[in-house]
Design a protein around this ligand. Structure first.
Ligand code: ADP
Ligand code: MG
Length: 697
């Protein structure tokens, strides 16, 4: 058994056996064979075809066992039922790797999945590695290797850019390759991983992190097989200074609306992924083309951070729309420095010299000359991180474009990006940009998405160590089943979290007696293992000022709950003091099957889903990190005091959030869901007035 083929060799094999090679361009083997020749594969090609002596002047072989030396790689797209035998023959012949394009394995159901497992067993037994099945293969412009039959490869030559792409969708890989080519963007390597029976996404991420020809990594992901390995690769990319951009499908797979807790419905798998990505420096985007555009920008302007944008355009309308779009996404328009304004004032009336700049608003002179001067001024503006050129059809477009580009290039490595829609009047200018390798895109939308991602990357904060608060002892005994308010509060109290526990009573008479030990006004709540959201069934009464009000409220509540939840077993009624006024937060935890314990904080109360003001992070967190999460909420304005409200005790809230996150981390998978809702954040101190949990077992 030879040593297993390193992953890098899938992108750079010394020899390739093409199963079913022929002249027939209607067949996979025919197309791959021609593509390898056309793109000047530097290694040895073994066309495999038992019915031919030679093809395009090259000797063919009847099978993989007959080649002079065993091929490094074999590529095949034969019918599904024949794949297993072909892999077995190749493995026996000493072929070291196979790209299996054929589909209908795990993608088609359990039977296919079983055959797929057998392929892996056969391969492993012989030290052979597999890519696919159900993939579109590999395109490696860095190595002139194409193990792929996509029509997107029908180009004169492959463009090499330092962008590595790994895609779980083959069709998407080919489409992105095609669309990128049109923008002059190439790749170092593109890999379609298909069903990932053997080699998977992270194998190639790890390779790209190490690869000298790759500076930016892009991934299109549908499901992550090994989250820990993926995150380790992300950490390595960050350490290596290579941006890792990712689009993950399944964004809208919302947490189940019928979830036990608010947290489970708000911090579903995508929200958890997004939180983890942020922490590991992965830029998560929602559009594959914008991802590639951003990759091209980051490759072109390595290390440049972007926050404030200048817009230069040939149209007032374009300027206004671009300004709106950027501002809506929270991107700031650069406020030009006085010296920049002074230089622009020469060409524009004062109103026009601001950002955005409309070349059409110049006082006099040729648009192309003014464009050059404008860009020289903006390019040197200390308050501008990136210039967006929004070019509409205009007379002398090629000259304007060339002058803008020329001036932008004199700014050295200061980022710029053109937006120029493909059309008759623009194509010559677009060709010019492509020829010079300058970044441009088709639509404002792509540019805005790329800039949003760029800013996200620019703002990634460095990982901070989390230390366990000294006040916390070891993990509490793991509880079992669904915990109502009383049990959940007991768990929190054991972690030093302030709760208003109150007393549970059976009826109105007992309530009145118990109330003597409490301070009015009181809150009254139904206690039932069958009622998760008490307010929904009339099970919460607040601000009860005296024993009489308490008695009336309890009887009314008993009747109302019996009417609205007739099947619910009522174990009693909880009597507790009213919390002092404050801001209501939800602090939740959920065990994510992929990423482990997650923390959620947000605007609390009974309408949390409706308000949807939440932030998610991997647990545990430090109090400063808890504060960052709070700062990202709309509720932050309430916490720091708006409209005459007093500032709430944010520090105490952060301590409690950190403790809840440690509880989640300590209990791990045994704490499936936890809602602390609300945590009332008062002027001095905080208190949990409601909680529930769902535990394993
Ligand atoms: P549930 O979430 O099951 O409907 P809660 O116990 O959270 O029930 O009560 C609903 C709302 O009532 C809370 O969001 C909070 O606004 C208010 N509330 C409940 N208990 C108290 C209390 N002790 N002091 C002040 N407000 C309370
Ligand atoms: Mg509640």
């Amino acid at each position: 058994m030879s040593t297993p083929l390193p992953v890098s060799e899938f992108l750079n094999p010394r020899s390739v056996a093409v199963i079913g090679a022929s002249e027939d361009q209607g067949k996979f083997g025919g197309r791959v064979y021609r593509m390898l020749l056309h793109h000047r594969f530097p290694g040895t090609i073994y066309p495999i075809n038992p019915n031919r002596q030679e093809l395009f002047g090259r000797r063919t072989y009847p099978d993989v066992a007959s080649t002079p030396t065993p091929a490094d790689m074999m590529v095949l797209a034969i019918p599904q039922p024949k794949v297993k035998q072909a892999i077995a023959e190749a493995a026996r012949a000493g072929v070291r790797g196979a790209v299996i394009i054929t589909a209908r394995f795990a993608d088609a159901g359990p039977e296919g999945a079983q055959v797929e497992r057998q392929l892996v067993e056969i391969a492993r037994a012989h030290g052979m590695r597999l890519l696919g099945p159900n993939c579109l293969g590999v395109i490696s412009p860095a190595n002139n290797v194409v193990l792929c039959s996509s029509p997107a490869l029908e180009v004169d030559r492959l463009i090499e850019s330092p962008i590595g792409l790994v895609s779980q969708s083959g069709a998407l890989m080919a489409t992105l390759f095609d669309a990128s080519y049109d923008l002059g963007i190439g790749f170092s390597h593109c890999v379609s991983v298909g069903n990932q029976a053997d080699l998977e996404l992270s194998d190639f991420l790890e390779f790209l992190v190490e690869d000298a020809r790759t500076r930016v990594i892009c991934a299109y992901v549908e499901g992550i097989k090994d989250p820990a390995r993926f995150l380790a690769a992300a950490d390595a990319a960050r350490r290596g200074g290579k941006p890792l951009l990712m689009v993950k499908a399944g964004r809208t797979e919302a947490g189940s609306a019928a979830a036990y807790s608010h947290t489970a419905s708000l911090a579903g798998s995508y929200a958890s992924l997004a939180a983890v990505c942020r922490e590991h420096g992965v830029v998560l985007m929602d559009d594959p083309e914008a991802m590639i555009l951003l990759a091209a920008c980051l490759a072109r302007f390595p290390g440049r951070k972007v926050d404030r944008v200048a817009i230069v355009t040939t149209s007032g309308g374009g300027a206004a729309i671009a300004a709106d779009r950027l501002t809506e996404t929270g991107i700031g328009l650069a406020a030009f420095a006085p010296e920049t304004r002074a230089r622009l004032d020469v060409h524009y009336s004062t109103r026009q010299a601001g950002n955005p700049i409309d070349l059409g608003g110049r006082r006099e002179g040729q648009a192309s000359d003014v464009a050059f001067d404008t860009m020289m001024a903006v390019g040197q503006d200390p308050n501008t991180d990136l210039t967006l050129f929004l070019i509409t059809t205009a007379p002398a477009l090629p000259v304007i474009t060339a002058n803008l580009a020329e001036a932008a290039l004199r700014g050295g490595d200061k980022p710029f990006l053109f937006v120029m829609e493909p059309a008759k009047a623009a194509n010559a200018s677009r060709d010019e940009l492509r020829r010079r390798g300058l970044p441009f895109c088709n639509r404002l939308d792509d540019a805005v998405r790329a800039v949003v991602g760029w800013r996200q990357w620019s703002r990634l904060d460095s990982p901070v160590a989390v230390t366990r608060p000294a006040s916390l002892s070891g993990p509490p005994p793991a509880p079992a089943g669904a915990l109502g308010e009383t049990e959940a509060k007991a768990l929190l109290a054991a972690y030093g979290i302030p709760t208003n526990r109150g007393v549970v009573v059976a009826d109105a008479a007992a309530a009145v007696t118990a109330a003597r030990g409490l301070r009015f006004p009181l809150a009254l709540k139904v206690v039932s293992p069958d009622i998760v959201h008490k307010s929904d069934v009339g099970g919460v009464a607040l601000g009860l000022g005296d024993p009489e009000a308490l008695r009336i409220a309890l009887d009314a509540m008993a009747a109302e709950v019996a009417r609205r939840a007739p099947a619910a077993r009522v174990a009693g009624f909880a009597l507790q003091e009213m919390a002092p006024p404050g801001v209501e937060l939800i602090v939740g935890a959920r065990y994510d099957p992929q990423f482990g314990p997650m923390l959620l904080v947000g605007s609390g109360g009974i309408l949390v889903e409706l308000v949807g003001d939440v932030a998610v992070a991997a647990a545990p967190v430090s109090p400063p990190r808890a504060r960052q999460l709070l700062e990202s909420l709309k509720a932050w304005a309430l916490l720091v005091g708006v409209r005459g409200r007093r500032r709430a005790d944010v520090a105490a809230a952060c301590e409690v959030i950190a403790c809840v996150s440690w509880l989640a981390a300590d209990l791990g998978p045994s704490l499936r869901e936890l809602d602390v809702n609300p945590l009332v954040v008062g002027e001095n101190g905080v208190v949990v007035v409601d909680a529930r949990a769902l535990c394993e077992g």
